[in-house]
Design a protein. Structure first.
Length: 115
């Protein structure tokens, strides 16, 4: 299974970006799709998760600003990020759990928010 993330870039504070992550390969049953992020010198943290049934949950720091969604037919997960803040600057990684057994990380995409 390969995960291809895209959509990162440089944006001013208050702006928005949309990240995408497409899974390809032997993708039979995706149970969970998540976005994590890691800022310089900090631990990786969970940003948002969407389960196969559609339920979602978010990290406290992004609630009300970020929205996770998925397009099952394309095995793709999205992260709409609005009202971006400099503290959102990080490398964002997608994470997928398949068949409740196998987990995979994407390569990461850099998001930089300038003040």
């Amino acid at each position: 299974v390969q995960l291809q993330a895209s959509g990162g870039g440089l944006v001013q504070a208050g702006g928005y970006l949309r990240l995408s992550c497409a899974a390809s390969g032997s993708v039979f049953s995706i149970n969970r799709m998540s976005w994590y992020r890691q800022a310089p010198g900090k631990q990786r943290e969970l940003v948002a998760t969407i389960l196969s049934g559609g339920s979602t949950n978010y990290g406290d720091s992004v609630k009300g600003r970020f929205t996770i969604s998925r397009e099952s037919a394309k095995n793709t997960v999205y992260l709409q990020m609005n009202s971006l803040k400099p503290e959102d600057t990080a490398v964002y990684y997608c994470y997928v759990v398949i068949n409740n057994l196998y987990s995979y990380w994407g390569q990461g995409t850099l998001v930089t928010v300038s003040s």
